[in-house]
Design a protein around this ligand. Sequence first.
Ligand code: FPP
Length: 283
Amino acid sequence: MNRRVAESRAPAGAPGAAREALPSPHEALPPPREALPKSVAIIMDGNGRWAEARGLTRVQGHQAGVKTVREVSEECARLGIERLTLYAFSVENWKRPQAEVAFLMRLLSDFLVAERPTLVRNRVRLTSVGRIEGLPPEVQRDLRATEEGSRGHDGMVLCLALNYGGRAEIVDAARTLATEVRAGRLAPEEINEERMASALYAPGARDPDLLIRTGGEMRVSNFLLWQISYAELYVTAVLWPDFTRAHLAEAFQAYAGRERRYGGLPEVFPPLEVPPPPEVPPR
Ligand code: FPP
């Protein structure tokens, strides 16, 4: 992994210059399709550090990050991943300098418009999760139009988490269920995990099998808190603008090597023989 990280650090120069090279033969290839995760979520971290390391502005880091969004989305669609959820803007991100927030919103709108032909070509359906009503009206407009235009696509679902927080999502779901209870349509004792999941932003969506975080921080940062209960975690030090198809393949290889037990035992343990209870002699 360290070798890759070192390789992936682009020399000072134009943003993205080091990512133009084609993967060399020794770079990781993805595992066979049946070993791939079906649902992938990514915390795209490190744009700021990538820019600072090159004497660039943070917004140039985000600009470089958009190229990685394209490359990774196209690769996931090509590999047959069913659902890719990207953490593009959190409820906490409003605390950033106003100019950075405004730039991120512009980038989003531009991306949503520019990606339309690619979504058509790859049959990708674009969706979103988050408090969408809190986004600037022009972003909401571009988002709704792109979602609408790709609604009939039968390929990968590309879900953007926008103005998203995992706790906010659980709070919003609790409010939805409480409203149902108040209206007499739901009894409190009918609330179970399925009901709760059905009140989340994307009911019926497959939970992530794999959560990737770039930039090296060992946190989940309020992302999909309910949905990642049993996700496999993969953290790489590679900064998001440096993250390539080869790094994605490495993450998928790591996933393919994991054993998912969901609280059970590994298969090497034989089923436990439970002895029958001792017979109690009749009195
Ligand atoms: C974290 O990097 C990244 C973000 C807060 C925004 C992610 C946005 C993009 C990748 C571009 C726009 C997205 C789309 C879908 C068009 P950071 O700024 O926290 O990096 P740092 O930890 O190095 O400071």
